[in-house]
Design a protein around this ligand. Sequence first.
Ligand code: GLC
Length: 704
Amino acid sequence: MPSKTEETFVNHLLAQMSLEEKLGQLNQVNPGSEFDPSVLREGKAGSLINASGALTGQGFSDSGSAELSNHFQKLALEARLKIPLLFGRDVIHGFRTVFPIPLAQAAAFDPDLAGQAASIAAREATASGIKWTFAPMLDIARDPRWGRVAEGNGEDPFLASQMARAVVKGFQGDDLSAPEKLIACAKHYVGYGAAEGGRDYENGEISEPTLRDVYLPPFHAAVKAGAGTLMSAFIDLNGIPATANRRLLTDVLRGEWGFDGFVVSDWESVKELIHHGVAEDEAHAACLALQAGLDMDMVSGVYLNTLGESLRQGKISMEEIDEAVRRILRIKHRAGLFDQPFTDPLRARRDLLTPEARNLARQFARQSMVLLKNDRDLLPLQGFRRILVAGPFVHARGELFGTWTPDGRTEDVTPLDEALRQTAPKDVELWFAEATDLALHLAHHADAVVLLLGEHPVRSGENCNVSDLGLPPGQAEFVQAMAALGKPLVLVVFAGRPLAITQQVSLADAVLYAWHPGIEGGAALGEILFGVEAPSGRLPITFPRATGQVPIYYNQKNSGRPVHPEGQFKTRYLDLPPSPLFPFGFGLTYTRFEYSNLRLSSDTLRGTLEISAEITNIGARPGAEVVQLYIRDLVGSLTRPIRELKGFQRVTLQPGESRCVSFTLREEDLAFTRADGTFGVEPGKFHVWVAPDSVSGLRGEFRL
Ligand code: GLC
């Protein structure tokens, strides 16, 4: 909530501002090729986007982004009221130190790690003159055809909410005015992941209960964590574009949640209200968005160019303009910009790409990789003298970054083959082959084969949707040919989404999903392949057997004719089993865990209920297990999901070690949007699981 001092400062400044100066604050500009810096001197811009390293080509040095930002800031402070500019940039999963993509980060099931990574990204970005990032991206996604599934935290609202809280805190800290802290922007508000067909920018239909209980919770978590800003989504949600949706932008966000920051549109999404067909022209679009509660226009210019005339025509009020300006000034004040508008250029040399940052990136990459298959415990690779490593990723560098990494630099990345050489045991001879024919030739003389396949980052991210979730062309044939040789075969998949690798999984002995693991992905992969570390990631999103199985997700409703192996309804498709290839929460490691001794503190939940189970490492190696807590509300005024994640804990156990893992379930954890539209609980019977994934585990029962 705003402090008295903050409000006094903001209202005092607002009272001095002219209409033009107010409209300038609502306007974000992109200093592209035809950019005229005089707009800054004239107070016609409140924010700059992309003002950072990517523009150092304008004659600025390596740390030019700080000098560049300072250059633009000086111009802005020449304006009459000296209101500092807010520099924004997409710092989505790291700045110069590129961490695993957010979907991979979610696979680590370690929000604290994500918070640490966000804190490092904030330090690096602010050292480069950036004070505002357009992250975290919190769109729940149930359709991996959508390229932006890479940027979010998968299909589950509980996991995504935990990540949202940690990343906002990591970016912003407890004092947003600290020089190394970054204003967060929870995006894309809301429902963007429900775009039909997984096609970016398409419309989406979400029922109110699903909107409330699946898509909104991560944004609510971000707001509760103090996120300074949100960004509206490129989506026509139930017939109302998110950029002009007053119910969501004002009634829910401000009215229900008490959000006191500001909302920025997505790129030109104010102007795009015309394409959506809800605005006749730019002036109409600007009025609709402003009156809905959308405060800053990202680069379309329609606020700056039309709101003055709309005010004169009485189509909007000065109070509506003032409220948007107030919110922006409030966040600028909270970020300390009025006191410290400039960046110390010397910071960049000290704060970028530190050893600590690299180590965290490597740990994060290791923890995010998911072992999906490991027949005969082929991994970790041991006892093989000559190992062939083949496929299009053998020399990968920038390809490890993933989507949205404008400040990552290829030269910072150890090539994957070199990284594997550095981590392989000395008595192992590694051969590398990118071309298929060479690989097939060498494989005859190798003791084991590791194939590095998957999708290049150019196929991942915004507007990179695919109609077929199979591996990119040629790779399936490569796996088939290699498998025919009968050598022990490991498949490592790099991707920004779940791929339908059903056939490849059946052909390989071991499968490791590496996502796009970031700057230290090569070393992390080597440490896992050769057993220096064990994999511990778990799937944050369901893996379909085929594209045609989409949408498929774990927290689905039961239907009136549930699939039951022994029942009349055994399947949903004639040509596919009803289960996914791999379920949400699934992942293997180099040891095995036994779950026993499920205990509930009572058979009735009054206030809270303690649930515990004994987890034992019954293998010969240490390992980390992500113990998951699920519930099922068996009867509701609305149909309820067959499982809902309500907790998880990572535990590391030595061989033979047992640990009692316990969770506390509170009454409010069982609340949902009921048939009458209210949010709350309903008495009745519940199932509860302590489980290794969303389809197994020890089940108990209790009543509320
Ligand atoms: C893009 C994306 C958004 C990003 C913005 C600024 O279109 O949708 O996520 O933050 O533009 O780059």
